[in-house]
Design a protein around this ligand. Structure first.
Ligand SMILES: [Zn+2]
Ligand SMILES: [Zn+2]
Length: 153
């Protein structure tokens, strides 16, 4: 999985990476749902939001979904193209996972590759959090050192 594809995936699905409440890493639970590993607050990506809305409002139009969920029509169209919302029984699948080439019934990636994508996103998010913390520690350390040096003189 290269970064361009990962980026596209994050864009189309608007994958939430940090918890709005505490800033913790959001872990993918499947079907567009995420949970914060620190405070257990739930979050949804575009697929999760659209899915929840369709469940409550069967037969909703793309315009209606956009208005009520904030998911753009372009993203909805993209997800429909991947037939994430139509599973036609008995039809031969011509879809293949874009990452490993395995046949898939719906979507762009097979479940294993999708899981891996989320593991990569979560890993990047953890590294980002870690870097921020390190950067902060280094800055304060530097300032203290400088002050001490001036005082000693
Ligand atoms: Zn949280
Ligand atoms: Zn795959």
């Amino acid at each position: 999985m290269d970064n361009t594809k990962l980026f596209q995936y994050v864009q189309i699905y608007n994958v939430p990476t940090a918890c709005k409440t505490c800033g913790g890493v959001l872990v993918y639970r499947g079907l567009g749902e995420y949970i914060c590993e620190l405070c257990k607050e739930k979050a949804y990506d575009n697929y999760g939001k659209t899915r929840n809305y369709i469940e409550e409002n069967p037969g909703a139009s793309a315009v209606e979904i956009e208005k009520n969920t904030g998911v753009s029509k372009a993203a909805i169209r993209e997800m429909l193209k991947e037939s994430r919302f139509e599973i036609v029984e008995g039809t031969k699948s011509f879809l293949r996972c874009e990452s490993c080439g395995k046949e898939v019934r719906s979507g762009r990636y097979c479940p294993e590759c999708e899981k891996n994508i989320h593991i990569m996103i979560e890993k990047q998010q953890r590294e980002k959090l870690h870097e921020n913390m390190q950067g902060f520690a280094m800055n304060t350390g530097g300032q203290e050192g400088h002050r001490r040096f001036v005082r000693d003189k």
